[in-house]
Design a protein around this ligand. Structure first.
Ligand code: ATP
Ligand code: MG
Length: 321
């Protein structure tokens, strides 16, 4: 049984100007013991998708359609009380994109842990402290950091502490949203290593790693899904996607990364011509067609579906025809 399955999942932001179709028909299967890299340009819906996949959905975001099955349980039918009791923290935990900015400056790391655990478990303060110490030791993190305030920790240490805290209840699936984007390269490596260690030591079974920087995925992902304008356009084994991309969007993302301009490389910026569409009113047919050099007539009219092609799933008329 896969750890996670989504079937035709749609989640829209209801705004005064209309519905922002940030997640629009996502079918995704994540097998167990896999690190999945989810990549795509800024604004493609990656954060909305991972929040939706764990039912962390609050207005103006609404689940419009589809089923989400996590560890065999249909969580798309659960209410918030059930999710809090049986799902969040235990089956799935999320380190949100803005986790570092959201740290309260007046709270020590150990207080943050109390906040995270309180919802889920009836444990005493002393039990909690010993659980946290044990986890920090397992991950080779300085236990003294537990008693420090955020400003006393480096960016890399803060990120690792936040990740360690999120895994205290051994979630089967850990989702990390852009955990390395704000860090320099050597600090990035420490965070990547820690994530790999979390999986090796079976603290967590599977990981979804979200990034707009596809190059990082070479170091960590077993499997990759590429997202564009609210949809998965290609997914498969990491090596197949990185070294032999089929979808024109995947190819452009990879080409943009190997651009020789150091500034662009350094910042992981993607230098693709044009920009992703406005999701209030996405283009008809394939959403990538206005930017695609391989677009043919049908691409402007009919939406391509994900189909099996050379060991992966890909949604593209020009290569599937
Ligand atoms: N609260 C909101 N209300 C309305 N639209 C929103 C809201 N949050 C996000 N959006 C829109 O939803 C779309 C997807 O945003 P999302 O943050 O999921 O993308 P992303 O791929 O995670 O981008 P990034 O790489 O910048 O983190 C974007 O068009 C964004 O403007
Ligand atoms: Mg995001």
């Amino acid at each position: 049984m896969p750890i996670l399955e989504s079937k035709n999942v749609r989640a829209y932001y209801f705004t005064p100007r209309g519905h922002v179709k940030a997640v629009d028909g996502v079918n995704l299967t994540l097998e167990r013991s896999i690190i999945l890299g989810l990549a795509g340009e800024s604004g493609c819906g990656k954060s909305t998708l991972v929040n939706t996949l764990m039912m962390n959905i609050y207005p103006p975001l609404h689940l419009i359609d589809g089923e989400i099955i996590l560890d065999g349980k249909k969580i798309s039918e659960m209410n918030k009380a059930m999710l809090k009791k049986n799902v969040w923290g235990v089956l799935v935990a999320l380190v949100p994109q803005s986790a570092l900015n959201a740290l309260m400056p007046t709270k020590r790391v150990i207080d943050l842990i109390k906040d995270v655990i309180m919802h889920h478990m009836n444990v005493s303060n002393s039990e909690l402290v010993s659980m946290a110490k044990k986890r920090f030791e397992e991950l080779n993190l300085d236990v003294n950091a537990l008693y420090m305030y955020p400003h006393e920790l480096s960016g890399g240490m803060k990120q690792r502490a936040v990740i360690a805290v999120s895994t205290l209840l051994n979630p089967k699936l850990l989702i990390v949203d852009e955990p390395t984007s704000a860090l320099d390269v050597s600090t990035q490596k420490q965070v990547l290593k820690m994530l790999i260690d979390l999986k090796k030591s079976k603290i967590t079974e599977s990981i979804i790693f979200v990034t707009h920087d596809i190059a990082v995925l070479r170091q960590i992902a077993d499997w990759i899904a590429i997202m564009y304008a609210g949809k998965i356009v290609e997914s498969g084994a990491a090596d197949d996607i990185l070294y032999n991309p089929e979808h024109p969007y995947t190819s452009s993302l990879i080409k943009a990364v190997i651009t020789p301009e150091p500034e662009i490389r350094r910042r992981g910026l993607v230098a693709l011509p044009g920009e992703p569409p406005d999701l209030l009113n996405p283009p008809k047919g394939c959403r990538f067609n206005p930017r695609c050099s391989k677009a043919i007539d049908i691409c402007r009219v009919e939406e391509p579906s994900l189909e099996v092609k050379s060991n992966r799933l890909v949604a593209c008329h020009s290569i599937n025809s």
